[in-house]
Structure formats: C-alpha cells, structure tokens
Design a protein around this ligand. Structure first.
Ligand SMILES: [Zn+2]
Length: 265
C-alpha cells in the first residue's frame, strides 16, 4: 500500500510536472509565433513606405529645397526677374579675359568671386573686371574650404586680407559680396562677412561646370534649372575652363533673352 501510494504520489508528481511543462510549453511555442509574424508584418509594411520615399518624395523635395534663400539665409536670388551670372575661382589669365570679352560683346555684366592669391598674381585682370562694370566678390584668400570652421578672428583676417589685395589692385574698389568656397557656410563665416559689410552670396543654379562637362551640357543644365532671379554659379578659374568658356555664348544669349541678365549690386 505504501509502495502504491508512493508510486501514485510519484505518478501524480510526474503528471503535475508534465502538465506544468505542458502548460509552459505553449508559451515558448506561442512566443516564436509572433517573431515569424513580425517580420511578415514589417516585410509587408517595409515595401509600402519605401516607394514613397524613393519615388514621389524625390521630385517633390527638389523644388522645396530650392527656396528663395540659400543655406543659413545666404542670398540665392537676384531679387528681380533678371538672372545673374557669377564666375568663381579666378582671375585666370587664360579664361577670365575670354569671359570678359563675351560679356562685353553681349553688353551684359556679371559678378566675379575672386581668390586673394590670384588677385595678387593677376591684379590687371581685377582692374579690367572693375573697369568694365562687373561686381567684385570676395572668395577667400586661398579658397579655403574649411574657413567657416576656423576661429572668427582667423576668418576675419582671411577676408580682410583678400579685400585689401582687391583694393590694392583696384584702389577704392567695392566688394559687396562674399562667397564661401564650396558653399560650405557656417554661421560664423556668415556673421564675419556681414560684419565686414559683405553680403553672403550663394547660388540658385549649379551646372557643375568644374566637372568634366561638355559646353552643350553646361548650357542645357542651366536652361533646365534657371528660373526668374536665378544666380548661376560658373567658374573662370581653378582648372581647365574651356568648356565653361565654350558654353558662355549660348548661356548668355538665352538667359538674356528669357530673363535679362544683371550683375549683383
Ligand atoms: Zn570656388
């Protein structure tokens, strides 16, 4: 009897343990269920948000990003219907005279964002830019892409040194604009340029003429991106600018006809 009771008790215990395990088992068997079902949910949910992010958001974001002002409230548009051409990284003895010839031929003026060391090297080109009524813009002493991240005092020294060099070439020259190399604006460089009486000048249209782009492609990109008041970024220095020069006749005539061309004041 005692053996039987012991056996019965043992069996009962085993049963309890077994049912206990059986009761626990559904938990682990239930828990793997949500896991496969979660990836299924995300798998079905993921493709839904991906297409709107990839396809329709791109064309709607582009015009939104092209507002009326540049980064950190820099100037992006002329403020009138007329479009402005800006030429950066010069002056250069090979390309700048060619650009100036074409502007003169078309009877239009532009803005030249000059680099201090090149002003020092080719002061007569800066004199010609000023003499022909174009606007001068400070483009830093030696095209320092990281200038905006330096100390305010260093930024100030750099911009003042560049302005002094411009004014040494052209006594009394006005330099109403500053353009940060690479468009790498920081609030510090914006503040310093303003404190020196220069408006921070960004751009609205960038045909990437510095890239290995044909003249026809430069012209096509500008025609496609331009809108009333656009400021167009071009280069008359910093490398082989023959393609920019080649694009100039078409760019100048079509923009002049469509919007009018203005220098920045
Ligand atoms: Zn530049």
């Amino acid at each position: 009897m005692t053996r039987r009771t012991a056996l019965a008790a043992g069996l009962a215990l085993l049963l309890l343990l077994a049912t206990g395990c059986a009761n626990e088992k559904p938990v682990p068997t239930r828990s793997p269920l949500p896991y496969p079902s979660i990836p299924q949910v995300t798998a079905t949910a993921a493709p839904t948000p991906t297409p709107p992010a990839a396809t329709p958001a791109t064309p709607t974001r582009k015009p939104a990003a092209r507002g009326t002002v540049g980064p950190l409230n820099t100037q992006r548009l002329t403020g009138t219907r007329a479009v402005a051409l800006t030429f950066d990284d010069g002056p250069h003895p090979e390309w700048t005279p060619g650009v100036l010839d074409q502007l003169r031929k078309a009877g239009v003026q532009a803005t030249f964002c000059v680099v201090g060391v090149k002003v020092r090297k080719y002061p007569s080109l800066v004199r010609r830019i000023a003499r022909e009524g174009h606007t001068l813009c400070n483009h830093s002493w030696q095209h320092d892409l990281k200038l905006g991240k330096r100390k305010a005092a260093q930024i100030r020294d750099d911009l003042e040194r560049t302005n002094r060099e411009i004014q040494r070439a052209v006594p009394g020259a006005k330099v109403p604009y500053y353009r940060q190399p690479g468009g790498k604006w920081t609030s510090s460089v914006v503040a310093v340029s303003k404190s020196l009486g220069m408006k921070p000048l960004h751009w609205d249209v960038d045909p990437a003429d510095w890239d290995d782009t044909s003249s026809a492609e430069i012209s096509r990109r500008i025609a496609k991106q331009a809108r009333p008041g656009s400021i167009v970024l071009l280069h008359d220095g910093g490398g082989d600018r023959s393609r920019t020069l080649g694009a100039c006749p078409q760019v100048i005539s079509s923009l002049k006809r469509k919007y009018g061309l203005t220098r920045l004041r």
